[in-house]
Design a binder for this molecule. Structure first.
Ligand code: AKG
Length: 287
């Protein structure tokens, strides 16, 4: 018996590679999260930058809570069973009237995980719709193999390497995921997806939480993850602690080490060594 997804939603996920919308929290609660993020940005003088956009659930208690949110983790359990790790998180923030975009890609390309049992819960902190650069996907593409990608390092591309699938994608096949604040979509790691710029007058803010069953391995280096449900009898990943406050100096240090190690996996084979490397600009690069 599934915990929160209907059988139809489960079937849609495996058939199309994506299911939405799923309400996680009220619009007011999503707005409160946006306010916490923006209070921090105001205090520090601008949008969250570089490595602070990655694994941010190790820096802010309210994101540490979100990756353990019962409704999100219940939905993930309905798809991948009871023993679950949060492997990483990435902010996808598109500023108002901004050219930042995400090229067509499969998440699995550079993550170094040994099999495609990985799901993203993409939680909207603002509306995400056709008018502000919502994510598009090509249904069913997750059932194929890994597709070759080319790295573009394109200036406004939000992906680490500006990677894009090296095959033609027909935009006519695409489905747009429109979400209200506090809703999420779930997408499979092999799904071909991307998103256009945000020409609207407000930011579009999404927080991507990547979950794996504990049996998945990292094959491209040392790695860590956060146990969010059940038990881990495999111990393929070092376990990460839960922050109880924001920007605790011990967590900032730990986060820095983990983010550097993580960046070495994602950028392997390139000149870039870290999320904060000037060659990895722009600062809003996400995943
Ligand atoms: O936020 C977006 O527009 C794209 C998100 C994405 O590529 C991802 O979550 O893997």
């Amino acid at each position: 018996m599934p915990r929160i997804l209907t059988q139809r939603q489960i079937d849609t996920y495996w058939k199309d590679g994506c299911v939405f919308p799923i309400r996680v929290m009220s619009e007011d609660d999503a707005h409160a999260i946006r306010e916490r993020l923006e209070a921090f940005e105001k205090e520090t003088g601008g949008p969250l930058k570089g490595s602070l956009r990655h694994k941010s659930h190790l820096l802010f208690s309210w994101l540490g809570d979100l990756v353990r949110h019962e409704r999100i983790v219940d939905a993930i359990e309905d798809l991948y069973g009871p023993n679950l790790l949060c492997w990483t998180t990435n902010f996808f923030i598109k500023e108002a009237n901004n050219p930042a975009f995400v090229s067509w890609h499969q998440d699995s390309t550079y993550w170094g995980l040994d099999r495609p049992d990985v799901v993203t819960a993409w939680v909207a902190f603002t509306e995400s719709n056709k008018a502000n650069g919502a994510m598009d996907f090509i249904p069913g593409t997750q059932t194929g193999d890994q597709i070759p990608h080319r790295d573009t390092f394109a200036k406004n591309n939000l992906l680490t390497r500006g990677q894009e699938v090296a095959v033609d994608v027909d935009p006519k096949d695409a489905v747009t995921i429109e979400l209200r604040p506090g809703e999420m979509h779930l997408h499979h790691v092999r799904l071909v997806h991307g998103s256009p710029p945000n020409p609207s007058n407000d930011r579009r803010i999404g927080f991507a939480i990547r979950y794996i069953p504990t049996s998945v391995r990292q094959v491209a280096g040392e790695d860590s993850a956060t146990l969010v449900r059940g038990v881990d009898t495999f111990n393929h990943f070092a376990h990460e602690p839960r922050p109880t406050s924001d920007m605790d100096p011990e967590f900032v240090k730990l986060h820095h080490e983990i983010a550097e190690r993580n960046a070495r996996i994602l950028y392997r084979g390139t000149q870039v060594k870290s999320y904060n490397d000037p060659k990895a600009l722009p600062d809003d690069r996400a995943a």
